[in-house]
Write a protein that binds this ligand. Sequence first.
Ligand code: MN
Length: 358
Amino acid sequence: MCAAIFSNSMDQALTRQKIRELRALVGDGDRVAIVLQDDPDPDAMSSAIALRTLLGRNKLTTPIFAFKPVTRPENRTMMHLLEIEIAEAETQALGVYDKIAMVDVEPPYFGDKLPRADIVIDHHPGYVAGIAPFEDVRVGYGATATIMTEYLISAAEHISERLATALLYGIRSDTLALSRRVTEVDIEAFTHLYPLANYNLLRQIDRPELPLSFARILSRAMGRMNLRDGIVVLHLGVVERDDLIVQMADFCLQFEGVKLVAIAGKLGRDLVIAVRNHGVGHSHSGEIVKRLFNEIGSAGGHRNMAKAVIPLSAWRQREGTTRDNAIEPRLRELFTAAILGEEDRTGSIDQRSTKNGA
Ligand SMILES: [Mn+2]
């Protein structure tokens, strides 16, 4: 316990020194760009807006950049709910900035795309000091958001509800809800932020709100759901949002005995199909959807997760009709044949065919 208190007070002094250095480095008129790792995660996003607050700046004077945009649905939800704007980074365009700051990432990550940084704040191991004029890399920490929280507390900065919510979510997601790589400092930061955060927003990031109309779609679909050959195929009809199809696929995969799920829905002018796969034989979801739908739409993915987007006009041309009650049986036919086909080719015998043969 003594050691913890000792190291903590050391960090306090260090942090105050660091804040002085940081503020001295950035001039009032400097244009500062904050650059994040590809597909930024909650730790990176929250650390970026914390740095902006710490420097007393706004999104115009200190924009946030990433070379590849945020893709994970919950991270996109966080970005939208907390109104975090991330612009597309371009090596040339970044050249006009007086200062480049990297949070939750370090210069070597970007290679030739962005070899220089003026400010590096991170917690990843392997950093070789001496690259940037300002460096604060704390490898022991579970999240960069923890370092930023310490900065804000030491600088006696006001932590807005939005910022507290972002940092809390950043720490939580980098430490898998305080279960991985977590230190006492992370828990301290978490505890400090907790009463300042907006729980309603946190809940919305964790579990995106479903439109009320989806209740009826869900109940009809559940009534029809049946499991044959370890496969569940459902067509939901017209849906409001893409993520409802994906959520439904994840949900159906939780039922016992389900090995592969294909959920379809009409979204605008397209038929969207999401596939989830626990592993039926050697089946590869991405390969299956490519084989089934590549010639009439875009299709692909990984072994466990795949997607197809087919213009309804193209579906009608090949399948004859886009009636909802025709789509589901047809999809079942296609997926069953495709999966049995894969098993034939690989010569694998799964439990189903053994049981049927006996
Ligand atoms: Mn991190």
